[in-house]
Design a binder for this molecule. Structure first.
Ligand SMILES: Nc1ncnc2c1ncn2[C@@H]1O[C@H](COP(=O)(O)OP(=O)(O)O)[C@@H](O)[C@H]1O
Ligand SMILES: CC(C)(COP(=O)(O)O)[C@@H](O)C(=O)NCCC(=O)O
Ligand SMILES: [K+]
Length: 258
């Protein structure tokens, strides 16, 4: 059994993987003040919920973009699971040498997403992750990482707007009937949701123009992906657990089950 942990800036996804299959996953709030004992409570509950006994967890792999959580995650894994966790970093000697020693500050979640893409889908690829940030990553025809973009996430940017504008408040994130809204709520929903869709499709079209490539695969993932994916004209596939899949592939490469 593999425990895969994806710590993003908003939420941490805990996944249990058996024989390459994600059997259960949970989301908890990412919080840099959590102790290893608190993290253990969640892992214990998750395992109990999945009917897994703790000694069955033989490996732990972690993608974290929140350094304040790393010590707690590491100590939880060592002390309670008796496994030394593998942290994903750009310096790992990946079999798919897609970073070529470059991109030393690239987020671990993006590395995992690309590893999942490289392992399972045709090239070239664009991978879009809708989380605290919206990230776009581009893999060329030879499987090398070309680069990408980072923008404020859908909730991050709208939350900041609600904070900054005295007369605007949170709204339910449902697509409005018309693009041209006729009241405050429908105008906000139009701007936020159609804005996110058009940001996505516009960015994909720009990347196509800049590279001259025909992309076989345009993958999307992230906690907010359902808000955009079905309305996008460019996304070809949505895989909500792409990061966990990448974590699994990386664990199998570096800490194979003995
Ligand atoms: N199962 C779910 N259903 C609906 N929304 C979800 C679900 N899981 C996560 N979210 C939303 O996704 C957001 C977090 O996305 P995520 O990709 O995990 O961000 P990050 O990696 O930056 O922490 C949260 O705002 C949360 O409300
Ligand atoms: C870009 C990110 C903030 C995205 O994080 P997330 O939205 O998943 O919380 C994260 O991958 C990060 O901190 N990256 C480091 C900078 C980089 O990737 O170039
Ligand atoms: K993420």
């Amino acid at each position: 059994m593999l425990l895969a942990i994806d710590t993003g800036n908003t939420q941490t996804v805990l996944g249990l993987i058996r024989d390459g299959e994600i059997i259960r996953s949970w989301r908890i709030t990412s919080d840099g003040t959590r102790t290893e004992d608190e993290l253990w409570v969640y892992v214990r509950l998750l395992c109990h919920d999945a009917g897994i006994s703790i000694p069955d967890i033989k490996r732990t792999v972690i993608s974290s973009v929140v350094p304040q959580m790393n010590a707690g995650l590491r100590d939880m894994s060592r002390e309670y699971l008796n496994t030394d966790p593998l942290f994903v970093t750009p310096s790992l000697p990946f079999r798919h040498n897609f970073l070529e020693g470059r991109f030393q500050t690239l987020g671990a979640d993006r590395i995992c997403n690309m590893y999942a893409g490289l392992t399972a889908y045709p090239l070239p690829q664009i991978i879009i992750d809708f989380g605290t940030a919206t990230t776009v990553d581009v893999l060329g025809s030879d499987g090398k990482y070309l680069g990408g973009s980072i923008a404020p996430g859908i909730r991050t940017s709208s939350a900041n707007l609600f904070r900054a504008a005295a007369q605007l408040h949170g709204i339910s994130m449902e697509f409005p009937e018309h693009v041209i809204g006729t009241d405050t709520s429908s105008q906000l929903r139009s701007g936020i949701l159609w804005g996110a869709v058009d940001q996505t499709d516009g960015m994909v079209r720009r990347i196509i123009r800049e590279t001259g490539l025909t992309f076989s695969t345009i993958l999307s993932t992230g906690g907010l992906v359902e808000m955009v994916s079905s309305r996008s004209e460019t996304i070809t596939k949505t895989i909500p657990d792409l990061t966990l899949k990448g974590l699994t592939a990386i664990a199998d490469e570096f800490i194979p089950e003995s």
